[in-house]
Design a protein around this ligand. Structure first.
Ligand code: HAM
Length: 429
């Protein structure tokens, strides 16, 4: 019997983890720069909370089960529901706008493949308490800044659920059926979506309008928005959404978002809670989105809170890491430079520990040789693991009060008085 990780689950070995931490560090830097306070929530939540507005696709991929107390629970497939729960309850009276951030593992029973795992990590930025397009633009700017700071070349696909929803509402399609139809379009099943609408009694004129809206996409944003305006002139809500999208786009450019933006008026996303602007992040070498988000003005209220408009995004750490690997953006990165201290003979251990403490107090990374191997073996271990240098302490060094410091790059060896070791090692690193 050999033990392996469960299908779709992954171990992260030191090198993998160091790469992921770089992405997380950058995400946290943006928490600080944009004023988002970090929170953590439980991996396990009630199924009712997580499924309320998850959308059909995510709902049926949830790890759902009963705990020993008979509660119907699930592993979170995303974080927005949990954050909205907190805003509806514990942070109900907090001054708005309220900015919250997270880095969290999420679980979806997806078919494991490149960029699709059953446990994956999202960073996230959720902004509560503003209906203004400036809030939408901020979320787009953060998404942009993260990928740009990590060195990726990417584009933003931008839309607004109010356009299709507005057209459908005018035809009398209720919210439940709208969710079904938008979910189908999100999964690329537009034909089935249109057939569903036809079966619901939606007129051919409207179906044609939806088909035309779906064709309105591309980087010539002004032309597309102008055509969209014409197309939705008879639909008030859809038209208002379009104007809002234009405002958001303008502000996003003013906020310094320089990457390519593709407006797509027929674009939908898998989650049912969106009420306004929606977007996804793409790099050319990958067909799946690196991140996504949008506006969800009714979720906090649905969870019993005050009516609270909200907008947010979740860049996916795993897919960002994949894109960075493919672009060679991690190359040349190694572990931080370290020093190995080698006692020659057991009698030297007290001096070795004392020097190690001094060095660590000066914030220098030190490993102490603890397997009592000989100098030659210790040196080859240190070279193999890319240590910057080795400090040798034998009877001769103990007697003279001078350590032998070997620079593993230049192979130069020097004698350093014990009280000058910190300075000498610093200049070697
Ligand atoms: P989402 O588009 O479902 O949105 O997921 C966001 C990101 O999570 C994806 O773009 C992707 O990078 C990553 N992701 C999703 N599923 C997987 C998977 N199986 N394997 C690897 N990565 C995956 C949300 O979750 C919303 N909560 C975003 C949001 C925040 N909307 C408003 N605020």
């Amino acid at each position: 019997m050999t033990y392996e990780t469960v299908r779709g689950m992954r171990d992260f070995l030191p090198e993998d983890l160091a790469r992921r931490r770089r992405i997380e560090d950058e995400a946290r830097r943006l928490f600080r720069l944009y004023g988002y306070r970090e929170i953590e929530t439980p991996v396990v939540e009630s199924y009712a909370l997580l499924s309320a507005k998850a959308g059909e696709e995510i709902r049926h991929r949830m790890y759902e089960f009963k705990d020993l107390g008979g509660r119907r629970i699930a592993l979170r497939p995303e974080m927005t529901a949990s954050v909205a729960r907190i805003v509806a309850t514990k942070l109900r009276t907090e001054p708005k706008p309220l900015r919250l951030g997270y880095i969290a593992n999420c679980f979806r029973y997806d078919n494991p493949q490149m960029g699709r795992y059953r446990e994956f990590w999202q960073a996230g930025y959720e902004l509560f308490g503003s209906t203004r397009p400036e809030a939408d633009a901020e979320i787009l700017a953060i998404s942009h800044d993260l990928l740009q700071r990590l060195g990726l070349d990417f584009s933003i696909k931008l839309g607004h659920v109010g356009i299709l929803r507005g057209v459908l509402s005018d035809e009398g399609v209720d919210e439940g059926n709208q969710n079904i139809v938008l979910g189908l379009i999100d999964r690329g099943r537009t034909r089935t979506a249109l057939k569903t609408l036809k079966d619901l009694g939606v007129q051919e004129l409207c179906l044609r309008k939806i088909r035309r809206l779906q064709k309105l996409k591309g980087s010539d944003t002004e032309a597309i928005l102008a055509k969209g305006e014409e197309e939705t002139r008879a639909n008030e809500a859809a038209h208002t959404s379009l104007i809002e999208l234009r405002d958001i786009l303008g502000l996003t450019r003013s906020a310094g978002v320089t990457c390519q933006i593709l407006v797509d008026l027929g674009f939908t996303r898998g989650l049912d809670y969106y009420t306004g602007m929606i977007f996804e992040l793409y790099v050319t070498q990958m067909a799946i989105a690196l991140g996504g988000g949008g506006r969800y003005d009714r979720l906090v209220e649905l969870f019993g809170g005050e009516p609270t408009p909200a907008v947010g995004c979740s860049p996916g750490i795993d897919r960002i890491a994949l894109a960075m690997e493919e672009r060679g953006l991690f190359e040349g990165e190694g572990p931080p430079k370290e020093l190995l201290i080698v006692p020659i003979g057991e009698a030297q251990s007290p001096i070795v520990f004392e020097l190690a403490r001094k060095l660590r107090d000066a914030d220098i990374a030190v490993q102490v040789e603890v397997s009592s191997r000989g100098v030659r073996n210790a040196l080859s271990y240190a070279s193999e693991l890319n240590f910057a240098g080795v400090l040798l302490i034998g009877p001769r060094e103990a007697a003279s009060g001078k350590a032998t410091l070997r620079d593993l790059r230049s192979k130069v060896q020097t004698e350093v008085p014990f009280d000058e070791v910190v300075r000498a090692v610093k200049s070697l690193l």
